[in-house]
Ligand binder design. Structure first.
Ligand code: HGA
Length: 611
């Protein structure tokens, strides 16, 4: 979603700011802007709606040169995506602010500030911050002290950066509910909402904690915590490959990330499997004790992560005999929830900053859960920091907005959770853990085989190019896989897609089926196959076009209106992971045929850090 970049240096920082914004582009945004303290001693800004390249062109046409600046990509929450709502926001020509998050009491503050004579030039909640700070500076002249006082009046979430013409040797930052990281250079320092933005200039980072205020100068960083006490934050050296932000040989990040799945699944399993069992300590030192007490599991997540949770429900109940509930975070957080005794709260999020999931976790802490576990791709995220236990999916940075490798690594992690809970509580049937551990070891190879379906799936995509609606069907744990397939197709090709448990077809959606509505089915060779075949007959009898992803051994063959695509054989329990691959490829190739913006689909953002 929104991105922040800031810099204070001896060299011109404009190109650093723009490069930083480009590196955050994958998160999705609607406009971009930057403000620089120029050599003439003024604050100047450029703002543009659309891509960062628009902003870059504006700066090229009318250059800005300076050694102090802040920049922003915006995903509007308050006020339309227009140039005058784009950040940075100014108070007079003296102060500039960029902000990620939402100020909930902005209306009240706006009225007060208007009463004090401030004129507003945008509809954003953000603009109250800059005028409030300006007003505070009248009585508290030091920028850091004024910021400390001003943020006390803000309700809501923010990660923000400030610069002032009056103290042009420093960049101020404040964090509450929206991440910020300081990048440490030599004789220059930086700020960003994600370290990825600063990998071009440094590999040393300091992560701000909730409530922190930072004053960043060229040669010095001072941080105060929520109580106002001066604190040191640890400096972390970042090692992950800088190449992650590069498409390599692939046309899109999404295709690259689909093809990375054998590697990242392998990485997610590394150090977590014993000879014939899962290493429960992978979940943390207290995991075994906590898991032994678990009698129920509550999973909470959004979007693709929610689908991973739905698959896990089948696994937890079937394999480990543990009752499991799964709910989308935006519902869970506002509902009166009855918590069964000894329930483990499991949150799933790629970024670990998903606002609804994070809020659900915070609520859960008041509700008497036994403990909390985060399944997350970002080790330094709020979700991880605030959970009792963590299992990191090792997917590496995911740039494509439509999640692929994060999903399959979440599934692998949830299978590790299922086996760990079953192991500790002795509820797994004999031999199940050893067999699944063996199969998990083979999974990267199986995924590689599924990726070899690439060309066949690309051809199949042609069947969808002129269609407007699609149904996805699955039974059992393949139902959430069908849901994820439908979500992928919607997200990037803008074709309306719905998923149903195959048995529900005749209870309504069958009325929609005709030759214009392709029906996609995932059909592993399990005990539900015969029932599924009957459902498919129901579709064929109405002239529907069937696209069936079926186990090689399922005995299904092509016929009129039926396209069967063979999927490599895999043990039933792991089929949801394998069958996800052809569905990802299908949505990818349909989107390519339709010419959409695959990596940055319209209206969507990568990590959804607002409600
Ligand atoms: N509320 C601010 C910033 C929005 C945001 O953080 N999006 O991710 C605005 O609407 O400009």
């Amino acid at each position: 979603m929104c991105g922040i970049v800031g810099a204070v240096a001896e060299r011109n920082i404009t190109t650093i700011l723009i490069e930083g914004l480009k590196r955050l582009e994958y998160r999705g945004y609607d406009s971009a802007g930057l403000a620089v303290y120029t050599q003439q001693g003024n604050l100047e800004r450029r703002r543009r709606i659309g891509k960062v390249s628009e902003l870059e062109a504006a700066v090229a046409a009318d250059p800005l040169v300076g050694q102090l600046g802040i920049a922003h990509t915006r995903w509007a929450t308050h006020g339309a995506p227009t140039e005058h709502n784009a950040h940075p926001h100014f108070s007079g020509q003296e102060l500039a602010v960029v902000h990620n998050g939402i100020i909930e009491n902005h209306e009240e503050l706006r009225e007060q500030l208007k009463g004090l004579g401030y004129l507003f030039s945008s509809e954003t909640d953000t603009e109250v911050i800059v005028h409030l700070l300006h007003h505070t500076l009248k009585t508290v002249p030091d920028l850091a002290d004024a910021l400390k006082a001003a943020v006390k009046q803000l309700h809501g979430a923010y990660g923000l950066a400030v610069i002032s013409v009056h103290q042009p040797d420093r960049l101020l930052a404040a964090r509450s509910g929206s991440p910020l990281v300081i990048g440490l250079g030599h004789g220059e320092n930086f700020l960003a909402s994600d370290q990825l933005a600063l990998r071009q200039v440094t590999d040393r980072f300091m992560y701000l904690e909730e409530g922190d205020i930072a004053e960043i100068r060229r040669d010095q960083v001072s941080i105060w915590d929520v109580t106002g006490a001066k604190v040191q934050r640890e400096t972390v050296q970042y090692h992950e490959g800088a190449e992650a932000a590069d498409k390599g040989e692939y046309r899109h990040f999404m295709l690259k990330e689909i093809h990375e799945q054998p590697t990242v699944v392998q990485r997610t399993l590394e150090g977590r499997l014993g000879k014939d069992h899962v290493l429960v300590q992978a979940f943390g030192p207290q995991a075994a004790d906590l898991f032994a007490k678990v009698r129920n599991v509550q999973i909470v997540a959004c979007g693709t992560s929610y689908h991973a949770g739905m698959v896990a429900r089948y696994w937890l109940e079937e394999l480990a005999g543990i009752p499991c509930q799964v709910e989308v975070a935006s519902e869970f957080r506002y509902r009166k929830v009855v918590v069964q005794p000894d329930t483990l709260f499991v949150s799933i999020s790629q970024s670990g900053e998903t606002a609804d999931t994070l809020a659900a976790l915070r609520n859960a802490k008041q509700l008497g859960f036994l403990g909390s576990l985060a399944i997350c791709n970002v080790g330094i995220s709020s979700l991880v920091r605030e959970s009792d236990l963590t299992l990191l999916t090792q997917a590496g940075p995911e740039i494509g907005v439509a999640s692929t490798k994060a999903f399959t690594t979440q599934l692998v992690s949830l299978m590790l959770l299922t086996l760990s809970l079953g192991q500790v509580r002795s509820t797994l049937a004999a031999g199940v853990e050893a067999e699944l551990v063996e199969e998990l070891r083979r999974l990267p190879t199986r995924l590689g085989e599924a990726l070899a379906m690439d060309a066949v799936v690309e051809k199949t995509a042609e069947l969808f190019a002129d269609k407007h609606h699609t149904l996805f069907l699955g039974r059992g744990a393949q139902f959430p896989v069908a849901m994820e397939g439908a979500l992928k197709l919607k997200e990037i090709s803008y074709i309306h897609a719905e998923a149903y448990p195959a048995g529900e077809l005749k209870h309504g959606p069958l009325a929609l089926v005709d030759s214009d509505m392709p029906v996609v089915t995932v059909a592993p060779n399990n005990e539900l196959l015969e029932k599924l075949k009957s459902n498919l007959q129901e579709v064929r009898a109405r002239g529907g076009q069937l696209i069936v992803f079926a186990d090689q051994a399922a005995g299904m063959s092509n016929g009129e209106g039926t396209h069967v695509i063979a999927v490599p054989h895999i043990i039933d329990a792991l089929a949801p992971i394998l069958y996800t691959i052809p569905l990802q490829l299908l949505s990818y190739y349909v989107a390519v045929l339709k010419g959409t913006d695959v990596d940055q689909p319209r209206n969507l953002a990568k990590s959804v850090t607002v409600e």
